[in-house]
Design a protein around this ligand. Structure first.
Ligand code: AGP
Length: 610
């Protein structure tokens, strides 16, 4: 997620903006920039890399002026280079932006047909031109010009705009991307998040979706895009800066668990076409011809990403009717694997830098296979090697234990399966529409489940002293059993094992007694009866059961000691919901144990070594 800071006051803006951006560094970024109004014109400074580079540039080229905006960019559209760094300029207008403009391609084509020459690959530059064009076409103020531009934009944005013709003014707007206004004594500020403003004020006004504001040193006014005046009293924020970086959550991991609805929404944004029951091809990066020529989908990944590919395989086979295999990248790279030119190798990696996955991709490319990368970091090593990339838009994931990237990967892989199924005519438009409808309902269903998070505190206490925990699941519940076990062991250091429930009778059932908690993925799906039988087998051996099940299921209620209930949803989308209680359970067990939840012992966020 990008970082935005703005300042209007009587002090030099540049150092204040730089400090504010430093407070947002935890969000991750790959370039940064400033736009300062010196009273006559707008001065721009942009650098690739960390803020130290921008700070050096500022020392070499001091920017005078008491009004300005600053930005740290987490690349989503367009490589992380200076041309794509914010602020973006059009005429006397400078814009910084956080979010995704869904209709950026249509707007780009419209501007270019008007003779506008766009210099960057970003969707943000388009917004700058829309504002500049509105000013040129008669909008009397920057506020009105921004409003006019927003009426043409679809998608998620938090933007801050300055223009040469209006010194002393910053116009900001928000839709689906957070933006907060800080009310100072002799200055006012704005930012993507509270930490950027805390050094100057604790009185903050939070914009809502569809609102814009005009910020001056002594006055702030807010209206909706459709012209209604908004009066909103400020909130007093008493967080310390560290708490603020975590959004008030105790750990980044908990914050990221709660960010999952937004991560899934942003990953779906601009890609799902419900009317056509389809997924936007240009977002997948595979032509219809390639989609139809594939004879095998070969997933390679590690860890949590590997678990996502197991779900991906089910979806590819069920919806696209293509043979699919999943392989741990660390195994396939040393097995002298056989790939063919009609293989589609799907490499899933949130970092895009995992050494084992990268090596597997190289092995696949050496034998002519097509490679599709599913990654969260734009332009990272694996997408750079791939023929096409389908990016998740989860924003930077700080906690070593992956959570929001996992559910964003699931959303991306389900979209991929629908896209391939529709191209290969193995999936009807109607079923595709039903699956996609269920998928776009997931974020709000996740929000409802996350509202029940405190319920898991009590259950977590039952796991704290366990030495072994068994996770069981079938079908799309199997990768969630694996993921639930991995989450518990990697942050609480309690041994946990995920198993296909159907395999229990082939060995693991010998583990079951009253001392071994058993977590079961048991929603109402096509394998429910089978899983319930497994639960009865566990119960018959005094096993203590924690079940994730579907609301209204009285059978499981009689067997399980603890239940976490889900709404009734289509089977295809269940993994995006069943994983949430297991993430929360692992988190609370680890928090009770007092382990380093965000940086567990022996682990790295990105495993760039073998
Ligand atoms: C997940 O919680 C772990 N941190 C780890 O298994 C991780 O998923 C694995 O290292 C793969 O990382 P990647 O997605 O960046 O390739």
């Amino acid at each position: 997620m990008c970082g935005i800071v703005g300042y209007v006051g009587s002090s030099l803006a540049a150092p204040i903006l730089l400090d504010g951006l430093r407070r947002l560094e935890y969000r991750g970024y790959d370039s940064a920039g400033l736009a300062i109004h010196d009273g006559k014109q707008i001065e721009i400074l942009r650098t690739v890399g960390k803020l130290g580079r921008l700070s050096e540039a500022l020392r070499a080229h001091p920017l005078q002026g008491t009004v300005g905006i600053g930005h740290t960019r987490w690349a989503t559209h367009g490589r992380p280079n200076e041309v794509n760094a914010h602020p973006h300029v059009a005429g006397g207008v400078a814009v910084v932006h956080n979010g995704i403009i869904e209709n950026h391609l249509a707007l780009r084509h419209e501007l270019e047909s008007d003779g506008v020459k766009l210099l960057s690959d970003t969707d943000t530059e388009i917004a700058a031109h829309l504002v500049n064009r509105a000013l040129s076409n008669g909008c009397s103020t920057l506020f009105e010009a921004v409003r006019h531009a927003l009426r043409q934009i679809q998608g998620a944005y938090a933007i801050a705009v300055v223009c040469a013709s209006e010194p002393g003014v910053i116009v900001v707007a928000r839709n689906a991307s957070p933006l907060v206004i800080g009310l100072g004594d002799d200055a006012n500020l704005c930012g993507s998040d509270i930490p950027a403003l805390l050094d100057h004020t604790r009185n903050m006004v939070f914009l809502d979706d569809g609102e814009l504001a005009e910020i001056r040193a002594k006055q702030v006014r807010i209206e909706t895009v459709d012209g209604r005046v908004v009066q909103r009293p400020p909130k007093h924020i008493d967080w310390n800066p560290m708490m603020a970086e975590k959004g008030g959550f105790k750990h980044f991991m908990l914050k990221e668990i709660h960010e999952q609805p937004r991560a899934v929404e942003d990953t779906l944004r601009g890609r799902v076409n419900l009317a056509a029951g389809d997924v936007a091809g240009e977002e997948i990066g595979l032509s219809a011809e390639v989609a139809r020529s594939i004879t095998r989908v070969y997933f390679v990944a590690c860890g949590t990403s590997y678990h996502a590919t197991i779900a991906g395989r089910y979806w590819i086979e069920q919806l696209a009717r293509v043979p699919a295999v999943v392989e741990m990248a660390s195994e396939v790279r040393y097995r002298d694997p056989v790939f063919t030119p009609t293989d589609l190798v799907v490499a899933v990696s949130q970092s895009g830098e995992t050494a084992d996955t990268l090596a597997a991709v190289k092995a696949a490319r050496a034998q002519g296979a097509k490679v599709l990368a599913v990654a969260n970091v734009l332009d990272s090593a694996i997408p750079r090697l791939a023929d096409a990339s389908l990016y998740t838009h989860a924003g930077p994931e700080i906690g070593v234990a992956s959570t929001k990237c996992f559910t964003a990967q699931l959303a991306a892989l389900l979209m991929l399966a629908v896209y391939l199924g529709r191209r290969r005519e193995s999936l009807t438009e109607e079923r595709a529409r039903q699956v996609l409808q269920a998928l776009i309902e997931i974020p709000n269903q996740m929000r409802t489940l996350l509202g029940q998070a405190p319920y898991l505190l009590g259950i977590a206490k039952r796991f704290v002293n366990a030495t072994d925990v068994l996770y069981l699941g079938r079908g799309l519940g199997f990768p969630i059993a694996l993921e639930g076990a991995l989450k518990l062991k990697e942050i609480s250091y309690i041994h946990a094992e995920g198993y296909a429930a159907g395999e229990m009778k082939h060995g693991p059932i010998a583990l079951i007694d009253e001392n071994v908690p058993v977590a079961v993925v048991c929603p109402r799906d096509s394998l429910y009866e089978k899983v319930i039988s497994n639960v009865q087998e566990v119960r018959a051996r005094e096993g203590r059961i924690f079940a994730v099940a579907t609301s209204g299921d009285s059978a499981i209620a009689e067997l399980a000691e603890h239940l976490f209930l889900l709404p009734e949803v289509r089977e295809e989308v269940l993994p995006l919901l069943t994983v949430v209680p297991f993430q929360l359970l692992a988190y609370h067990v680890a928090d009770y144990k007092g382990t380093d939840v965000d940086q567990p012992r022996n682990l790295a966020k990105t495993v760039t070594v073998e």
